[in-house]
Design a protein around this ligand. Structure first.
Ligand code: ATP
Ligand code: MG
Length: 729
């Protein structure tokens, strides 16, 4: 292998990093300085030049998508098919290990991974089992507590004992929860790492196999590792290891989830002979953009300190646009997007970033109106769409008849005349007689239940058997397709909400496509009735925000600032640069919160290659209410002459200038008093029935209303098409 070919596209310090001998390496370097590039070249170098085997490589990336791209790049660089490398997120690698040693880890072979919602349901169930009131013990708080303990590497009973009453209940529920996970044979996300730690402790032989195998451990975005991930990494790396990690303290944005920048410092301590390399040349952004970003981040007090420079062109200065209201902000962003598209810019190279997912809706509406295809990452992501969750519930149930939350969901989609009471009885039967929930339901179908319920139950069990039969001997995509057909969901969606049915059926199509292109990394053993399906479901649960079944090639990208980490785009818009949004209101009380918000803004700015637009609005509707907002304090930290300030109103950014008295609220945002669209008014819809108007926006043909229907839940409808009948007059 020609070592030159690997080093040639790199600068001097990058080459130094890539070609280090067998010692621990820490690359501490700023945004866009080539950390990820160096990591990829290092893998190729170790294989092609130092003669390591691909199966000795384990690299942790921030998303599974990044892992796939990395595999392709290593292949192109090192010229060999490297399927045996382990590349993935902490979670997906943890899953792989646990799936291989399920028996030793005390888990069933095809153990279920609980996602966020499954976890919340389970917590709710535990609160009920204790006979406690959810109003005093919010399931989300309990869930947050459990995850936070686990991410800190603490089992139930190991937490700090502060002695408060609520701490006591949280600890009790955490202990209940751990017990329950064990009986269910399930794992939540942190458990995928925690389970490995326990496994390795109980079976040091297994741990040593991995230590011997993975001589090459590499981690990207190291600044965002949390204590559990660090413990896992330390256990895997072992005393003689020589890991290669890259990170940037200025881009640490997961402190709120327990990630600790200090791990960067701990690394050099834990691996004594560490060679630290700094990269300071930025290859991503134009000079104007980089200088503005440098000016901003210089305001953070505690930094490991580095300044980025570029040989690149000066380029256009970042543009600052101050809109009257969020609608105008969205109009501005979309008009710029249109101009760029007309000038031949590819849609995927344009990104709109925001602090809070709820900001995307207004922008989406304008994009729709202008017929610009776009894709939203995060928010309601693919896997959280109702229809996908419905089908996945059936599939999970078919793999694991004991999957309680899957069963609950599938039983109601579509409703099958089996209510909560019956389910509760089944749960009790299951517990007393050690049966699976599905088996307990079958039992109820035969015993003294009322005939109506018995019929419903036997139909249900017949349906599951039909599904199982239909799946035998089929390929994965056909299995998914057959289950969708037999479930009756397509018909149900068409009747439930004809307007949305089309997009729902499209997502189901995407799910089948995903099954068709699925390539398992690890298959559960032969005992599993449908091993490929089990592996597919695990992968679907592990997919991160940035990936879904399919990536459309021609879409403008919308995502949160958090989700944009590691990516780059020709043009970046950062919307909502206002106090309360960025910095986010919740961050202000947390210690170090403000600095983390500044880093988040810095991450956003440094995604941009050529053009950067910063926008804000004087008025914004949040959770249905209209707020006046002040410009973000961060805007003041970028010198005025480093931006192109489009409208003079932005003088208000200077601390000395007074914030101008707000002008009238734009007319189209206020519901006309007494008019047909009036918040609080009762209306009737031909298919959804009666409900109350909760919110309204837009005007004329664009006017949409949000109605909370008594039976059908809350929906946004286009006013001119919804044929709502006014019940109040
Ligand atoms: P981030 O901190 O945002 O994750 P990073 O440090 O990982 O950034 P990369 O994504 O690896 O940076 O590189 C940024 C861009 O610069 C990429 O487009 C990469 O291909 C390019 N690049 C990096 N090093 C060089 C180089 N020596 N010559 C030319 N281009 C380079
Ligand atoms: Mg990177």
């Amino acid at each position: 292998m020609d070592a030159n070919r690997l080093l040639q596209p790199l600068n001097e310090p990058q080459r130094e990093a890539v070609s280090q001998p067998d010692i621990p390496v820490l690359v501490l370097a700023g945004a866009g300085s080539g950390k990820t590039r160096v990591l990829v070249h290092r893998i190729a170098w170790r294989i092609a030049v130092d003669g390591k085997r691909p199966d000795q490589v384990l690299a942790v990336t921030f998303t599974n998508k990044a892992a796939r791209e990395m595999r392709g790049r290593v292949f192109r660089l090192a010229g060999l098919e490297a399927r045996t490398m382990w590349l993935g997120t902490f979670h997906s690698i943890g899953y792989r290990i646990l799936a291989r040693h399920a028996a030793e880890a005390g888990l069933p072979r095809d153990f279920t991974i609980l996602d966020d919602e499954d976890q919340r349901r389970l917590v709710r169930q535990l609160i009920q089992d204790r006979g406690w009131d959810e109003r005093n013990h919010a399931p989300t708080l309990v869930q947050w507590y459990i995850n936070q303990q686990k991410d800190a590497g603490l089992r139930a009973g190991q937490g700090s004992e502060t002695g408060g009453e609520s701490d006591e209940t949280l600890r009790t529920l955490y202990a209940d929860y751990e017990k329950k996970l064990r009986t269910l044979g399930a794992a939540d996300f942190p458990e995928l790492l925690f389970g490995c730690l326990d496994l390795w402790q109980a079976h040091p032989g297994i741990r040593d196999q991995y230590r011997e195998r993975f001589t090459e451990i590499l981690i990207d975005e190291f600044q965002d590792t949390n204590p559990l991930q660090y413990l896992w990494f330390r256990a895997l790396a072992g005393p003689g290891a020589r890991p290669f990690v890259v990170g940037d303290d200025d881009q640490a944005i997961y402190g709120w989830r327990g990630a600790r920048i200090e791990h960067i410092l701990a690394f050099s301590r834990d691996f004594p002979k560490t060679h630290t390399i700094r990269l300071e040349q930025n290859y991503r952004s134009s000079r104007s953009i980089l200088e503005a970003a440098n000016a901003l981040i210089a305001h953070n007090p505690s930094r490991l300190g580095k300044t980025l420079w570029t040989e690149g062109e000066e380029g256009r200065r970042p543009v600052l646009f101050h809109a009257d209201h969020e609608q105008e902000e969205a109009d501005y962003i979309v008009s710029e997007i249109e101009r760029l598209l007309a000038a031949g810019q590819a849609p995927t190279t344009l990104a709109v970033l925001y602090r809070s997912n709820s900001q995307s809706r207004v922008i989406e509406e304008v994009l729709v109106r202008h017929r610009i295809p776009y894709r939203v990452y995060g928010g309601v992501r693919f896997l959280e769409r109702v229809e996908i969750k419905d089908v996945l519930a059936y599939l999970r149930l078919l793999v694991n008849p004991d999957h309680a939350s899957a069963l609950e969901r599938a039983l109601h989609a579509p409703p099958r005349g089996i209510g909560d009471k019956t389910l509760e009885r089944a749960r009790q039967t299951a517990q007393h007689e050690s049966l699976s929930l599905t088996a307990a339901l079958n039992r109820l179908a035969q015993d003294g239940s009322p005939p109506r319920i018995r019929t419903a139950l036997s139909q249900w069990s017949a349906l599951l058997s039909r599904m199982r039969e239909a799946m035998i001997g089929q390929d994965l995509p056909q299995q998914v397709e057959r289950v969708i057909e037999l479930s009756g969901l397509p018909e149900f969606y068409r009747q439930d909400d004809p307007l949305r049915a089309v997009s729902r059926l499209e997502s189901l199509g995407e799910l089948i496509n995903a099954a068709a292109t699925f390539e398992p990394e690890e298959l559960p053993g032969d005992e599993s009735p449908f091993p490929r399906l089990a592996a597919f479901l695990a992968q679907m649960t592990l997919a991160t925000d940035l990936e879904s079944a399919e990536t459309q090639p021609a879409e403008v990208q919308l995502m949160s600032l958090h989700a944009a980490k590691g990516l780059e785009f020709h043009t970046v818009f950062i919307a909502g640069l206002e106090e309360g949004l960025l910095p986010h209101i919740r961050s202000l009380d947390a210690p170090g919160g403000l600095e983390e918000e500044r880093r988040l803004f810095y991450v956003g700015m440094t995604r941009a290659q050529q053009r950067l637009f910063l926008t804000l609005a004087r008025q914004r509707r949040l959770r249905g209410r209209l707020y006046q907002s002040l410009p973000s304090r961060f805007l003041r930290e970028i010198p005025e002459n480093q931006m192109e300030i489009l409208n003079p109103a932005v003088q208000t950014l200077r601390p000395s200038a007074r914030f101008p008295a707000p002008r009238g609220i734009p007319r189209h945002q206020i519901p006309e008093a007494g008019g047909p669209v009036s918040i609080g008014r009762r209306v009737r819809h031909p298919s959804f029935g009666e409900g109350v108007i909760l919110d309204q926006e837009g005007s004329g043909a664009q006017c949409r209303v949000q109605v909370r229907f008594d039976r059908a839940g809350s929906k946004w409808l286009v006013w001119s098409m919804a044929r709502l009948e006014n019940l109040d007059s």
